[in-house]
Design a protein around this ligand. Structure first.
Ligand SMILES: [Zn+2]
Length: 253
């Protein structure tokens, strides 16, 4: 299984438009973070988790020529607003499968009504096949995917476990029963927004506590704000099996 980090930044990305914060002005490529998303590939299959405003550029940058489906963690814009840019894949492959909680599907239908409409549909609009995710395992081709339920402040969010890889973003609270599903996974990705606490995201300390409970072989932090600090400085503070993810990072599991 190959994982590509398409984006590792929080909702505004890094740099933030117009910001003069030192991290936003950094010349280090690892401090440039598009909105959070990850590409998961195994055998001949390619899936993307979340499809935010940077989706088009992320697909170009990763050289991605085919997408078998899009899984959504939740409906916030930084995770969903790129849906229209599945068009090149739709033109080549036909209707694109999307997977989400029913509340997220409802939100997408409101915001991208022209994609879901069946009446007088504009010929250039893409079409999707909707797949509702409940909090139980589902099959993608030849692989069982296990949803992991959590809360982003009061909003329900799904993380996903693909074999030995677990991807959780925008989490603030995860119940013990859900943590059980990913205990001792080989690679865990989890959100760590910044040093200071935040209402709807793990800060660094909470992310490290969460990693301590899950006990993965390796963990990578994502959904990072400029306020976390410079990539190279923060990495020095981390335990030896914990790393900051960065855009373009690839791992094979
Ligand atoms: Zn987010």
């Amino acid at each position: 299984m190959k994982i590509t980090f398409l984006g590792t930044g929080t909702s505004q990305g890094i740099p933030i438009i117009g910001s003069t914060h030192p991290v936003c002005l950094s010349n280090n490529k690892k401090d440039k973070r598009l909105r959070v998303s990850v590409l998961v590939e195994w055998d001949e299959f390619t899936y993307v988790v979340d499809c935010g405003p940077d989706f088009r550029y992320q697909m170009l940058r990763a050289g991605c020529t085919k997408v078998d489906g899009v899984l959504y963690t939740h409906e916030h814009s930084d995770h969903t607003s790129g849906l229209d840019d599945i068009r090149p894949f739709y033109f080549k492959q036909g209707d694109i499968s999307i997977y989400a909680h029913k509340r997220v599907l409802k939100s997408l239908k409101i915001r991208f009504d022209y994609i879901f409409t069946t009446k007088n549909k504009y010929p250039g609009a893409p079409s999707v096949i909707t797949n509702r995710i409940k909090n139980k395992p589902f099959i993608l081709n030849n692989l069982e995917v296990i949803p992991v339920n959590g809360k982003h402040d009061t909003l329900q969010v799904f993380g996903f476990k693909f074999k030995d890889f677990a991807y959780l973003t925008d989490m603030k609270t995860v119940k013990e029963k859900e943590i059980e599903k990913i205990k001792n996974v080989k690679v865990l990705v989890v959100n760590a927004l910044r040093i200071e606490p935040h209402q709807s995201h793990f800060n660094l300390e909470e992310a490290l506590q969460f990693i301590n409970k899950v006990k993965p072989e390796k963990a990578y932090l994502t959904h990072i704000s400029h306020m976390l600090g410079f990539h190279d400085d923060v990495e020095k503070l981390l335990p030896k099996n914990v790393f900051l993810a960065y855009d373009g990072l690839q791992i094979t599991i």
